[in-house]
Design a protein. Sequence first.
Length: 667
Amino acid sequence: MKNIQKHFILVIMVVVCIILWNQIVVMKYGTTLPTYLKYSSPITEREKDYLKVHSPIRLGSDITAPPISYYDKATGEYAGLIVDYVNFLSIETATPITINMYTFYNLVEALREQKIDVCDMFPSESRAKEFDFSIPIYRLKTVVISPKDGSNILDIMELSGKKIAIPKGDLAAEYINNFLKEERKPMVQFVPVNDTKTVLELLQQGVVDAAIGDEVVISTYWKEYNVYETQKYNVILLYEKDVVLAVNKDSDLLLAVLNKGILQMKKNQIVPKVQQKWFGISESIRGEKRELESFINIAIILLICLIGLYIWNYFLKRRVLEKTKEIEENKKNISMILNNLDIALFIINEACVVIECNQAFLTLLSQSRKDVVEKSLFEFSFLSELLEVSKYSQWKEDISLKFRKTIKSRCYEVKLSPYISREEKLRILSIEDITEKLIIERKLHQENKMITIGQISAGLAHEIRNPLGTIRNGIYLIKMKVSNKSQEKAISMMENSIQRVNNLIEHLLRFSRTASDKCTQENIETIVSNIMTLMETKLKAKKIQYHVNLEGNFTVTLNIEAVNIILINLIENAIDAFLADKEDNLIQISISTTEDSLRFLIEDNGVGISEEALPYIFDPFYTTKGEGHGTGLGLYLVYNEVKKYNGDISVESQYGIGTKFFISIHF
């Protein structure tokens, strides 16, 4: 936990340093740290090749925006801050840049039509859909002017519904419309004109309620008015934004060259010098309070980080204490649970040394904890015999094992599972004495078998009575000393009847034998035939037809006891599902075999099982039959026999239509 905390603090410090560095870069160069690092490299060969093909770069600017850019009639040349700026940019990029000037609206159109390669403008979301933008080159304020004795606008909200003069294509129109739309206020009626000078003239003439323009441009034009005239107007700040160079989309190489040149100019302090020439020392084109605000932001960020770190540390300590207490409590509870289990549990390492164990394991070995822990499990004769040291290599792999072994008339079930800890590979073993469990299961099987035999015997009484009647009639004929031919016929009938009675008794004896877990080679056709013979009376009583379909090898390795339990219980359930007055009663038995597996499908068209009863049919003592007609153990025993041999059982049933049992067993 201490290492995690140290790493977290280190990460926090690195993040704070990066934030601080980023803020300093923003403060000095007007861009983020990633952008600064990206464009601090020299112009590449690929970019130089681009400049050779596309030289000179054609830059456009607003001809109506003195002192930023305008046409100087005295010299007959373009002049302004942007002209000086471009001259220095040409030097930094080592490529000629020509300047063309238009009114702002026509300037943007010229860029769209690729008459120029680049122009200066305010960035916006709508413009970003058409153009890509450079690093900021300078910063401008846009203001709203209104007469004090007229509309006297002091807030952007007061522009709603007013008539306002604005240079055509100016970003302020988009900005105001978006703002008023969010506030759900009436829109402004804009009067677009060609330049800022016309904007001021319309305001002075009273044609509009207010005028919008860039602060430095308005200040230049206001110099033509006397001081008294300018004092008649209110001036409010609409926004202050960075001005960038815009290029058409897919001009990545040109944009990279411009950004590298702009960044180098900022590093060489050229921008402040150009600014001082055109605006004087007192006015800041980057914003007067920007540096102070940046430092305040840095201080706030650092303070928040420190407070957050302290709070995180405080709550972390509390959480650690709570978790430690919770873990200790859980450990006690788990230890109590494990020590109260009747199953012996223990953990060993790769060297088969006992690492940990529960009380049942100590009781099994009749040893104390100190005599068991840190000892090899094969030092104990009982474990050596149970786990078989000679076969240790077979279960040493990282696989789960399960097996049973009988020692001194007690049967033990052993389970082994791999467990990988942080330091080494471990194994968890469990040893359970299942002797009593097996005895109870065997008794349960035998009791269920006796109940079944009792039910079958009632039906067999009728089957045995018929052959006995035939034998009695034959004896009577012999006593009457009938003809030799009649006597021979009577003797033949008596022999057939005796054979039938013998077969019935033989089938019953086979079924009543004590259960065995051994698998033997058996003929599945004979097994099914014997079972159907025992069930014949019951089938006839309810007028039930049956079909048996066998596929595959008839001789299969199986446990005959398990097959008897499964088939007899399922067939008896199917018989009980029929109504006595129904005519088309049918049970279909389909069996397919492989060398080591059996698949059964027992299907009937009886009353079916209700949707409510279906989830509970394999539960012990659950029955839907009337009192005295069922123990609720039949399907429970079927389920256990299937699972004992790693099989699967599923059922489909529709009430009033019938039931299907699907069984797959691997002997």
